[in-house]
Design a protein around this ligand. Structure first.
Ligand code: G3P
Ligand code: CA
Length: 242
């Protein structure tokens, strides 16, 4: 089985995470898909950022939810990474969908609603994906089990993944009960028994964040359906060795 390589926040080792520069690079490096994170602005527009706050990856401060898209797009989202990316800015989900629409890439959009449960986030993101006819190659993921249920309630055919970095008593049963199609787990939780159990239950299993060649090879040889990596170029090389 061929495991898919998702560029985690884009090719985020070589370009500032969740910016167009990181997405372009991921595509050039041969990733099969892009993983990105979404929050809602004050004017209810989905934007791509990992943290709830803008402090770490821009020259601004405070919460995304307290700024409009226009205000956020004034910020510099690249210089924190390197001066050559000074022109990078925060992008909306819509800009990302516009870009990816004509490229042969999968999408994994993580709803960042585990700390702030943004009102209507599922609905807003789902509608945008429909607008761009991208539902068939999109997986929506979240650490928030209630949000998995909400997504499945919107449309039971959406590909939804339950994310976890903690050990569940039985993650596969939890995912099945929620109606999830996949689990996305932290690499240290990976074991062969879990992979086999997922496959028996027709649940996909993908692993984050896999940046070392030996971990990539182990994930691939165990039969994982996908990995998330900051270094897609390295992952493509590893997969070619098998
Ligand atoms: O979706 C996998 C991974 O991105 C989840 O963790 O913190 O990098 O968003 P995080
Ligand atoms: Ca993520």
């Amino acid at each position: 089985m061929h495991a898919n390589i998702f560029a985690h926040r884009g090719a985020s080792k070589d370009a500032p995470e969740n910016t167009m520069a990181a997405f372009h690079l991921a595509y050039e490096q041969g990733a099969d898909g892009i993983e990105t994170d979404v929050h809602l602005t004050k004017d209810h527009i989905p934007v791509l950022m990992h943290d709830e706050r803008i402090n770490r990856t821009t020259n601004g401060a405070g919460y995304i939810k307290d700024y409009t898209l226009g205000q956020l797009q004034e910020l510099n989202a690249g210089s924190w990474f390197s001066p050559e990316f000074a022109r990078s800015r925060i992008i909306s989900l819509e800009e990302f969908l516009e870009w990816i629409q004509d490229k042969p890439l999968y999408l994994n959009i993580e709803l960042k609603n585990n700390n702030i449960d943004y009102n209507q986030l599922e609905h807003i993101v789902y509608d945008r994906i429909l607008d761009y006819h991208l539902l068939h190659r999109t997986t929506l993921s979240t650490f928030n089990p209630t949000s998995v249920r909400r997504l499945k309630y919107l449309n039971r055919t959406i590909g939804v993944a339950l994310l976890t970095s903690k050990r569940y008593k039985n993650i596969v049963t939890a995912a099945k009960d929620l109606g999830a199609n996949a689990i996305h787990i932290k690499y240290r939780l990976l074991n062969q028994l879990l992979v086999d159990q997922c496959h028996q239950e027709n649940i996909a299993i993908r692993v984050f964040t896999v940046n070392k060649p030996q971990h990539m090879l182990r994930s691939f040889s165990m039969g994982c359906n996908g990995i998330f990596t900051d270094v897609p170029e390295m992952a493509v090389r590893c997969r070619n060795q098998l």
